[in-house]
Design a protein around this ligand. Structure first.
Ligand code: S3P
Length: 428
């Protein structure tokens, strides 16, 4: 068989410290680079995506040093950023690319940004159009929709922008550009997306206002370097929440996981399916809530997932679909067309992958219809270079009858470099 073979297991147990939150790590590095003074980040995610953000910052003249997952950034303010002598490569990371576009829109120089094959096919107009309205000049394929993109930044004018999709990357890019614009910049979202940028900007001393789905800032905000402790990533914890629910026996404990309410849709969805998940030791560190999650096996049943819940669990849908394929009854996920423009078209790749493994999944234009079964056969599937698929297929192997071979398992390095090693520690 090709790929990495994952054998079925019946029992899982242990305590797992999932790596630092990807969204928060990106923002800590970026805001640290924009701030005046030193920023010290602990539990920074060493996934390829966040390393791309650090590399781009270095090319822009921001100096930082890293020891393991501790990063120290010597911020000298955005005025100190310099025109890079080469193209900035965001790799597989949409967050690096879109947030960088926002920050660079107000920088008085020219910069070209690109990414890997997946990122080069993902839509950027949702960011470039608002930034152009604010005064940035951006050129690229499809009228500035696809990277490589060249941006000539400069003086921006604040604007009110109604976004068409709830996207924290788009919202953050506009807010970060707004900090360097004249006057007020306001974003109105169709539904609330993750709010890490707003929370962290407040920690760095910037006045960010928000009410419901509206966020606004005044231009000229000054950032002061901070200590940022990054909580564990709930999107990484999700793989163990599903594994712990589907396993035959055992208990898993996940300490220090971020439980920002804009990210905890996976807890709501799994509990609605009957999962046995306990949340304890809730505290707030650096403006972000964190908690210990404890999961035990449970009989899951099908559910309906849609509406405002979707942005709160958008990255967890691949692993949630696996849970649904082993639940009793039907699960329908709607209103998730955004999945089509993630690292892969996750509606297609999840449906095809699960069907290859013996599940019964129907692709919908904006979601999935999944008929639950008491078991999953197994087989050979590919990650297609998508980190969340690689990890979902590995979990599928553990809970399958015959095991799963995962092609391109290395893709997991984007958000969870040690994933297979950790899996080995929890299987009994
Ligand atoms: C992210 C926002 C989400 C999410 C992505 C990380 C962020 O994307 O899917 O993995 O850190 O802002 P969208 O903004 O495209 O919804």
């Amino acid at each position: 068989m090709r790929g990495v073979f994952i054998m079925p297991v019946t029992s899982v147990a242990g305590e797992i410290r999932v790596p630092g939150d990807k969204s928060i790590s990106h923002r800590a590095a970026l805001l640290g680079g924009m701030a005046h003074g030193e920023t010290y980040i602990s539990n920074f995610l060493l996934g390829q995506d966040c390393l791309s953000t650090l590399r781009c910052l270095k090319q822009l003249g921001v100096s930082w040093e890293r020891q393991g997952s501790e990063v120290r950034i010597c911020g000298q303010g955005m005025e100190a950023w310099r025109e890079p002598s080469d193209v900035l490569d965001a790799g597989n990371s949409g967050t690096t690319l879109r947030l960088m576009l926002g920050v660079l829109a107000g920088s008085p120089f020219s910069v070209t940004l690109t990414g890997d094959a997946s990122l080069r096919s993902r839509p950027m107009r949702r960011v470039t159009d608002p930034l152009k309205q604010m005064g940035a000049q951006i050129m690229g394929r499809q009228g500035g929709n696809l990277v490589p993109l060249t941006m000539n930044g400069g003086q921006l004018q604040g604007h009110t922008i109604r976004t068409l999709v709830p996207s924290a990357q788009v919202k953050s890019a506009i807010i970060l550009a707004g900090l360097r614009a004249k006057g007020e910049t306001r974003v109105e979202e169709p539904a609330r997306s993750r709010d890490h940028t707003e929370r962290m900007l407040r920690g760095f001393g910037v006045d960010v206002h928000s009410e419901g789905t509206e966020i606004w800032v005044q231009g000229g905000g000054h950032l002061t370097g901070q200590d940022v402790s990054v909580p564990g990533d709930i999107s990484s914890a999700a793989f163990f929440l599903v594994l712990g629910s589907l396993a035959g026996s055992g208990e898993m404990i996940l300490p220090d996981v971020g439980v920002n309410p804009t990210r905890t849709g996976i807890l709501d969805a799994l509990r609605a399916m009957g999962a046995d998940i306990e949340v304890t030791d809730v505290s707030e560190v650096c403006g972000e809530p964190r908690a210990t999650l404890r999961v035990r096996p449970a009989r899951l049943k099908g559910t309906e997932i849609g509406g405002d819940l979707i942005p709160r669990l958008i990255d967890e849908i691949p692993i949630l679909a696996l849970a649904a394929s082993l639940a009793e009854g039907e699960t329908v996920i709607r209103g998730a067309a955004e999945l089509r423009v993630k690292e892969t078209d996750r509606i297609r790749t999840v449906a095809n992958g699960l069907n290859t493994l013996g599940a019964k999944v129907e692709e919908l234009p904006d979601g999935l219809r999944i008929q639950g079964h008491s078991s999953l056969r197994g087989g050979l599937v590919s990650s297609h270079g998508d980190h969340r698929l690689a990890m979902a297929w590995a979990i599928a192997g553990l809970v399958s009858k015959e095991g799963v071979s995962v092609e391109n398992m290395d893709a997991a390095d984007v958000s969870y470099p040690d994933f297979l090693h950790v899996i080995k520690q929890v299987i009994q």
